[in-house]
Design a protein around this ligand. Structure first.
Ligand SMILES: N[C@@H](CCC(=O)N[C@@H](CS)C(=O)NCC(=O)O)C(=O)O
Length: 179
């Protein structure tokens, strides 16, 4: 394949947004090359390439750079059109996964990790979001527990005031993706 049409994904393993792109490559049986980027700043190879954008994933095809998963998926679809998974219900699921699902899972995961979350990662995400990355608050979140006495998530039939107050009343909790 000529270098100018090679598909290069800049990503890292633990990125759920990247996983969507990796899965789409697999579903469409597309060949791609991988560049693993750091999970925190500095990102000396990525940021000059994107002109300042630091988030992951980034798609590179020749001199074209695609930032943001939705833009990347649209370009993949354009190059390898198939059943229109990105429209209609597929779009709705994508939108839900990127926003509500992602925002809920982040504190659940980091709450579980607790003390194992590296200090440098916390500081990086605080700089990125401009808000505290409060692992202790995430650990204290009631719906992190799997026990039967744990309050249910919003939307379930038995609601507790603690669960329904999420996320706005929890200090330090993200209202947009912190990672
Ligand atoms: N809107 C972006 C969000 C991507 C995003 O937030 N990715 C996370 C990793 S899953 C990230 O870049 N975190 C900060 C970083 O790695 O510097 C997209 O849909 O691609």
């Amino acid at each position: 394949m000529p270098a100018e049409s090679e598909i290069i994904l800049h990503h890292y393993d633990a990125s759920p947004f990247s996983e969507k792109v990796r899965l789409m490559f697999g579903l469409k049986a597309m060949a791609w090359r991988s560049v693993i980027q750091p999970t925190i700043m500095p990102k000396p190879d990525l940021v000059p390439l994107t002109g300042g954008y630091r988030r992951i994933p980034v798609l590179q095809i020749g001199a074209d750079i695609f930032c943001d998963t939705q833009v990347i998926l649209a370009e993949i679809e354009r190059r390898s059109p198939g059943a229109d998974d990105l429209a209609g219900p597929g779009f709705a699921v994508n939108f839900w996964a990127d926003r509500l699902f992602f925002q809920v899972t982040v504190p659940v995961i980091f709450g579980q990790l607790g003390d194992k979350v590296p200090r440098a990662f916390i500081e990086d995400r605080e700089k990125l979001s401009g808000r505290p990355f409060d692992v202790a608050a995430m650990q204290a979140a009631p719906f992190r527990c799997a026990s039967s006495s744990a309050p249910r998530l919003p939307g379930s039939t038995r609601r507790s005031p603690a669960a329904t107050s999420w996320p706005a009343r929890r200090p330090g909790w993200p209202t947009s993706p912190p990672i």
